[in-house]
Design a protein around this ligand. Structure first.
Ligand code: OGA
Ligand code: MN
Length: 307
């Protein structure tokens, strides 16, 4: 099985010539891991995916993580994280954006970032594709770092930024709140939907990827809170907020993005130590089912902020 690698328009690559139903040799496994590290986002199409082969394929990239939020894991396969739009759950995940109700829209984020120990990667497979909307966006923060001017790179090398988990989007300081209204059932605190609380965590604004050595701009707008002690590098509080806003705006540039519109048989694997992702959401009543497997991060990239 010879793999062909076709770069996607801006970031990431599509891998052709792979068949998940066939055994994977050690050579092929090593090639897949190398492609994952090189491109950060890998798309595979036309795969005949089962929970078993998804789990086995994901283990090529590392040990799997059982997500701490037990509410969303599959009963039968604890390694599978089930992302489903269904009427009962849907109402809690509905909010209004410029007058339109959207279910499960998610801002740019990295998974488990709010724990200080993000997972190493994850694989999404499409079980039921939304008939409208429901795209997943991916953003390459290594490319975003490389595209910063040298002055900004040097400044942010000295900084730490913090993230604060919140159920209430309107308290996120760097999300785009124009036209946003929470839904009547939007959770107000983590325990409303059986989530635990998470303390604030701090990350270097530039993280050196532990495996590839690439520098990653550790800025994603979901839960982003503040720069730690900005005065130590001569920044006022206003300047610190402006700098974060400028960095968030930079990460929103489409040249760092790939938006995936799901078709049956698609799988997307990403490096969660490098790429952020988001979800465009769907209108209410649109069926969508995605299976996620999560590759454990074996070291923290952030630290807990003492309270
Ligand atoms: C995730 C996630 C986005 C989507 O699985 O972590 O954010 O499109 N999914 O469902
Ligand atoms: Mn996610």
């Amino acid at each position: 099985m010879a793999l062909q690698v076709i770069p996607l328009a801006q970031v990431g690559a599509e891998v052709r010539g792979f068949d998940i139903t066939r055994p994977v040799s050690n050579e092929l496994a090593a090639e897949l891991v190398e492609l994952w590290n090189k491109h950060g986002i890998l798309l595979f199409r036309d795969q005949v995916v089962t929970p078993e082969n998804q789990i086995a394929f994901s283990r090529i990239f590392g040990e799997l993580e059982i997500h701490p939020l037990a509410v969303t894991t599959s009963q039968e396969y604890p390694e599978l994280f089930v992302l489903v739009n269904e009427p009962e759950k849907e109402k809690f995940m509905t909010a209004r954006y410029n007058g339109i109700d959207l279910v499960n829209k998610l801002d740019w984020h990295m998974d488990l970032h709010y724990t200080g120990k993000p997972n190493r990667g994850a694989l999404l497979t499409a079980v039921v594709c939304a008939r409208k909307g429901g795209l997943t966006g991916f953003g390459d923060l290594a490319k975003a770092y490389d595209a910063l001017d040298a002055g900004t790179q040097a400044l942010i090398e000295q900084l730490e930024v913090t993230y604060t988990f919140s159920m209430q989007r309107r308290h996120m300081r760097f999300a785009d709140l124009v036209g946003y209204e929470p839904g009547p059932y939007s959770p107000r605190k983590p325990s409303d939907i059986d989530f635990p609380n998470f303390p604030e965590v701090a990350y270097p604004a530039v993280v050196t990827h532990p495996v590839t050595g690439r520098k990653v701009l550790e800025i994603c707008e979901q839960f982003l809170e503040r720069i730690v002690a900005p005065h130590k590098v001569g920044l006022s509080n206003d300047e610190a907020v402006e700098l974060l806003m400028r960095l968030v705006t930079h990460t929103r540039r489409s040249e760092f993005h790939y938006f995936h519109r799901w078709q049956p048989g698609d799988m997307v694997l990403w490096d969660n130590w490098r790429a952020m992702h988001c979800a465009t959401g769907t209108e209410p009543g649109v069926e969508r089912l995605i299976h996620r497997t999560t590759i454990r991060g074996d070291k923290p990239l952030g630290r807990m902020v003492d309270d």
